[in-house]
Write a protein that binds this ligand. Structure first.
Ligand code: G6Q
Length: 515
């Protein structure tokens, strides 16, 4: 178990006297504590670590066989199980979805998975050619993993969308969500991609029926507009009902599926096929880096270890992810699912209750907006919130204005760097109201520019960070009983509602639920 690893005890004793950053932060430290790979630089001089702590964290990774477990995942070993109990029991091969570039040396399962993904990609390329010029809008219907990642990526790449190829999303079963999106669309020129791996999700099937009925009422044949993305043999695997059907598989988890056809159809429509391939190429390069770089140089592993230091040794319960990039508006929401659904677990892979904290609470908003709201608590509140900043040297559109010697992009980055240092060193004052204690850990992931390639790499950086943390904690990051429960509960309650219309919205259905 994690707490029995030899490095755990060493780290625990080091955590009793953590370093004081006001005394240790120097330009030399910032330069030294930086690692570069796949177009990104991770700056972590503002974390509460020193050389000794870092060495122990790398020992922890080695003792927990973090890199060997990453290799087992990427080669398709069956890793998704709780030993000795009924559980999922399969490979975890989302990395194969983007492994279109060099899979000669891969294992048989990884190669087969990459080939299956390659076939769907070819099909998508042909499909996109065939519909060129016929549709102006695409609506993706899906929820959770079939919505959050794809939506975050689409929003992040808005400047790269092809003119005349708008994308929209419906996820909530709230009828206002569907109506809000549909109103104002020319449905005759709209494609609808229904995405559900299981083909059974209530919200998605309800919204599909909702949009189909809207089209039928307008005399439009939904079969000429609807596309399915689903698991082979799921209840939605019924090509007769759809203009086209694309597949995903059991070995790609929902929250890891943005680079499968779950995101592919919509992103291919918006960006063009090559744009989607660029996302895959970026993700693949970061997967390869996570698999092959030694711990000291491995960006996702290093970030995972710094997170473990903050969570398990300094005992901080949450992490704020703050992109200084408006394009990454919905990226924290995707990471919230990715991290909290993967690592929000209280048993290990052997089914034993853990005696340590696992995944932190993840939240976030873009900077600089956050500075004008919750940064008060971050600077002076009673809880310490570690931060993960994301920033880029260049803006996406490239149009900028110099006012008083700096561009807006430079002002954005100045804010990021100033916050990072201020949080670390604090501010001395005799006035308690103006005193900032500092020692608020944070790190910066800095890229050149947010493009399809760098976004793919960023997505994979976080996927692999989360996986590494799960490997080190010895938990299963790839199942989601807590989410499955919600699906069962909703079905039960809906049946009670169906029989008790007169009591809407609460009344006896709510009370009977406990029977
Ligand atoms: C992801 C989750 C969950 C899932 C949705 C949608 O890892 O399990 O968010 O993606 O519940 O499921 P379907 O794609 O099966 O509709």
């Amino acid at each position: 178990m994690f707490t029995k690893l030899p490095a755990y005890a060493t780290l625990q004793s080091k955590a009793a006297k953590p370093i004081d950053m006001a005394k240790t932060l120097t330009p030399a430290r910032i330069e030294k504590m930086a690692v570069k790979a796949v177009g990104f630089k991770l700056l972590f001089g503002t974390e509460r670590v020193d050389e000794g702590i870092l060495a122990s964290l790398f020992s922890l990774a080695r003792e927990a066989h973090a890199l060997e477990k990453m290799a087992a995942m990427q080669r398709g070993d069956v890793i998704n199980q709780i030993e000795g109990f009924e559980s999922e029991n399969r490979s975890v091969l989302h990395t194969a979805m983007r492994d279109q570039f060099d899979h000669q040396q891969k294992s048989k399962p990884a190669k087969e998975a990459a080939e299956m993904a390659g076939k769907e990609l070819k099909k998508l390329e042909g499909f996109l050619k065939g519909i060129e010029g016929k549709f102006t809008d695409l609506v993706q219907i899906g929820i959770g993993g079939s919505d959050l990642g794809p939506r975050a990526l689409a929003i992040a790449l808005q400047p790269f969308h092809r003119p005349g190829h708008r994308v929209h999303f419906i996820s909530n079963v709230d009828p206002d969500d569907a109506n809000g999106v549909l109103n104002g669309l020319d449905l005759k020129k709209t494609l609808v991609v229904v995405v559900s791996k299981s083909g059974t999700t209530l919200e998605t099937l309800t919204n599909e029926a909702f949009v189909r009925s809207r089209m039928e009422k307008m005399g439009i044949d939904p079969k000429k507009h609807f596309i399915a993305v689903t698991g082979e043999k799921s209840p939605m695997d019924n090509p007769d009902r759809y203009l086209a059907s694309f597949y995903m598989w059991d070995f790609v988890g929902g929250r890891y599926s943005a680079t499968s056809m779950v995101g592919g159809v919509m992103l291919g429509f918006a960006l063009g096929f090559e744009g989607f391939r660029e996302i895959l190429r970026g993700a693949h390069d970061m997967d390869h880096h996570a698999l092959t770089a030694e711990p000291e140089k491995n960006l996702p592993l290093l970030s995972a270890l710094l997170g473990i230091w903050n969570r398990n040794f300094l005992k901080y319960p949450t992490v704020a992810i703050i992109p200084y990039s408006q394009a990454l508006l919905r990226f924290p929401a995707h990471l919230q699912q990715l991290d909290m659904e993967s690592n929000g677990k209280r048993i290990d892979k052997q089914g034993r209750g853990v005696d340590f904290s696992t995944g932190p609470i993840i939240w976030g908003e873009p900077g600089t907006n956050g500075q004008h709201s919750f940064y008060q608590l971050i600077h002076q509140g009673t809880d310490i919130i570690p931060l993960e900043f994301i920033g880029f040297h260049h803006s996406q559109y490239g149009h900028d204005l110099k006012i008083e010697e700096t561009t807006s992009q430079e002002k954005l980055l100045s804010n990021l760097f100033a916050q990072s240092i201020a949080l670390a060193v604090g501010q001395a004052s005799d006035n308690p109201n103006k005193f900032f204690p500092g020692n608020r850990p944070n790190r910066i992931l800095l890229g050149e520019k947010l493009t399809p390639y760098s976004l793919g790499a960023l997505l994979s950086y976080y996927e692999n960070k989360v996986a590494f943390q799960g490997f080190i904690w010895g938990i299963n990051s790839f199942d989601q009983e807590g989410v499955q429960l919600g699906k069962k509960l909703a079905t039960k309650m809906i049946h009670l509602f169906a029989g008790k219309k007169e009591d809407f919205p609460l009344g006896s259905a709510y009370l009977k639920f406990l029977d």
